[in-house]
Design a binder for this molecule. Structure first.
Ligand SMILES: C[S@@+](CC[C@H](N)C(=O)[O-])C[C@H]1O[C@@H](n2cnc3c(N)ncnc32)[C@H](O)[C@@H]1O
Length: 213
């Protein structure tokens, strides 16, 4: 079971043992003083941490987050991490992301397409400690490969793959096998540390922890 990073605590909220981070609420989540519950049913990274996956996070790291949407998960990340670059290409959720960033000076929203890293390479520092990816789009493995250039040699990829975003007609197990192959076969790809389905929290999703080859 992986240790919790600094800045994440388990606390009793409404009689339940919850993962929490310290920051202003973003999505109506229950709080205990300054601590806000992190809902693993609304967050793939939350589910990965809840399940004790080998996330390698310690707190304070530099993070590139791909698919930030309205900031549900990336706001928790910014609560315990250092500089957190949040890429989202849809303007509507990005507006809410901007509000989440108002009280978080280390959270940098970028209205960009994660398939085109050249468009934000001038902003995102290289050698980030972690890439967290949750883009519901076709070609999720390709997105991870294209953004690998930002990751430090000893950094980690924490990736959620949604089977239905690749192909609604295919068996999720086949989609996941293909994605794992694609991530690992490229010389400039990844080495898998751990992967598991997180169906208890997110149906037909695979969570992957990997490091650059
Ligand atoms: C499942 S939602 C993300 C939820 C978010 N990660 C969270 O936990 O709070 C997927 C998001 O990926 C975004 N997305 C899909 N393709 C993208 C791309 N190519 N570049 C940037 N964002 C993308 C969608 O607009 C959507 O907001």
């Amino acid at each position: 079971m992986s240790k919790l990073p600094n800045g994440i605590q388990r606390r009793q909220i409404d009689g339940e043992d919850r993962l929490t981070t310290r920051g202003s609420p973003v999505y109506g989540e229950p709080t205990d003083g300054e601590w806000r519950a992190w809902d693993p049913h609304r967050s793939k990274l939350g589910a990965m941490i809840e399940l004790g996956m080998d996330h390698g996070l310690e707190g304070g790291e530099t993070v590139l987050y791909l698919g930030a949407a309205s900031g549900t998960t990336v706001s928790h990340v910014a609560d315990f991490a250092g500089p957190t670059y949040a890429v989202e290409f849809a303007p509507r959720p990005a507006r809410e992301l901007l509000s989440a960033a108002e009280s978080r000076p280390n959270l940098f929203p970028l209205l960009k397409d994660a398939r085109k890293p050249d468009t934000y390479a001038h902003v995102v520092e290289s050698g980030v400690d972690a890439i967290v990816q949750d883009v519901a789009t076709r070609g999720q493995a390709r997105v991870a490969l294209e953004n690998r250039r930002f990751l430090a040699d000893d950094g980690r990829l924490l990736l959620a793959i949604k089977a239905r975003s690749e192909d609604v007609t295919r068996e999720p197990a086949n989609v996941f096998a293909n994605a794992r192959d694609e991530l690992t076969e490229d010389e400039m790809g990844y080495e898998l540390i751990e992967s598991q389905r997180v169906d208890d929290y997110h149906t037909d999703h695979l969570a992957v922890v990997a490091r650059p080859k």
